[in-house]
Design a binder for this molecule. Sequence first.
Ligand SMILES: Cc1cc2nc3c(=O)[nH]c(=O)nc-3n(C[C@H](O)[C@H](O)[C@H](O)COP(=O)(O)OP(=O)(O)OC[C@H]3O[C@@H](n4cnc5c(N)ncnc54)[C@H](O)[C@@H]3O)c2cc1C
Length: 468
Amino acid sequence: MSSTVILGSGIIGVSTAYYLSDHQPASSIHLVESAPELFSSASGYAGGFLAKDWFRPAVAPLGALSFDLHRQLAEENGGREKWGYSRTTCISYAVSAVDKASQKRGDDWLRDGTSRAETAPAVLDDSSGMAPTWLRRVSGDQVELISEDGTTAQVDPLQLCQFLLQECLKRGVRLHHPAAAVSVSTDVRNELSSIRIADSRSSTETDLPCTRLIITAGAWSGRVFESLFRHSQLRLPISSLAGHSVVLTSPRWHKELEDKGCHAIYTAHTSGYCPEIFSRLGGQIYLAGLNSSAVPLPDTAGQSKIDSAAIASLKAMASELLGPEVGEDDLETVREGLCFRPVTASGTPIVSRIPDRHLGVGMTTRPGADGGVFIAAGHGPWGISMSLGTGKVLAEMAQGRPLSADCTPTASTPSLMLPSATEPDQAMVVLPEVLAYEAGVFIVKTAKKVWKLEESFLREWTIIRLLL
Ligand SMILES: Cc1cc2nc3c(=O)[nH]c(=O)nc-3n(C[C@H](O)[C@H](O)[C@H](O)COP(=O)(O)OP(=O)(O)OC[C@H]3O[C@@H](n4cnc5c(N)ncnc54)[C@H](O)[C@@H]3O)c2cc1C
């Protein structure tokens, strides 16, 4: 029987464990988490905004599947009460005529590579009843509706993570925490057979049976892979983008207003960054948008020091946009945060089995659904939205079942799994297998097809070359 070890218990890890446990004994699934505090990573500090169709073609099926799974999970398990699942009205807010004239919108970076509707969005006036009453309006500003009905929603990601983990544990999934994997071992056939886990509190080490290894360690995924597969030449192209956030309460956002619905506000502010503001069920308002790739990823989640200047800037923004009057501030801070998005250069996550020959000399895995080393990471600003879909598809991939989201290239989405000639800037969701390379031409194999790709077509060709 396959024994599965999942390294990293953020939202991608717990979603994967949840869907795996639908189809294999839960006791054969082990979740390993290295941080002393559970969900002290991006999954616990994110905004929780969910979209159905804001994604570039390569990941559109995964995004749409995930959005539907969020609704289904919430309907079947009381998600509104347990993790604040709520349909959400999404608006673009321009503070001044200058912002409007620039034609920039705060949601632009999230839709990078997608086509936002070119038709002018509907301007909401106060009589529409759809604009948030907790936003301080100023003369000359503008509120525009940018979501189609029922295509955006919201969760409290920390509560969703906690729910998924509790469900996994109830079913019998084993959690090892705080603990980290130290090494992997093989059997007489050189196939992956066990993994050594070190418990950080007791300093004891345990060997867990492991024929299937899944890396869901967010921004740490590359480090985890390299530390376990030391002879591998593969470098997973995943880096980090830090983001500060604050959670607030406001007297103008309270329970009586919740029935009218939550809001997500994106604004291209003159301050130089794009604040994202979400009113959540439970009377809280989440504000983020101050991001930096210069903040180094710590060894362990939760170790980084929050930058007080960044928090002060977010609070000043909150005061300006949500305060009662200029210079007045009646907002209470509930939580301050700093966490790290796992990002890829291409902007699409990697959800894949890693071909055995990239595991290094002397290391293979059981063939087919009995074994394998898998990776699901690099979801950037969309890991909460895509979590359930990723967990489901990865579980299906690992267990050898048909995939619920089509991850195969088609005529309309030729770049779903790998860079293509027509859309060279869209990288793979599933790592292709490189069969040969000669004189600037790659022969690449995906699940259903062998591709011949000229190097000159590929802006992302370095990623493929890493796999050689
Ligand atoms: C400010 C901010 C706002 C965001 N808002 C949204 C939003 O509104 N909507 C949305 O969809 N997404 C949002 N995101 C993105 C989202 O948070 C991430 O894409 C998502 O949480 C990534 O999940 P993950 O499980 O891959 O990684 P993580 O949440 O980082 O989890 C990885 C886990 O692996 C653990 N780990 C690391 N090394 C090891 C090891 N050696 N062994 C075991 N475990 C290990 C870590 O401790 C961590 O718990 C936001 C992100 C930020 C920073």
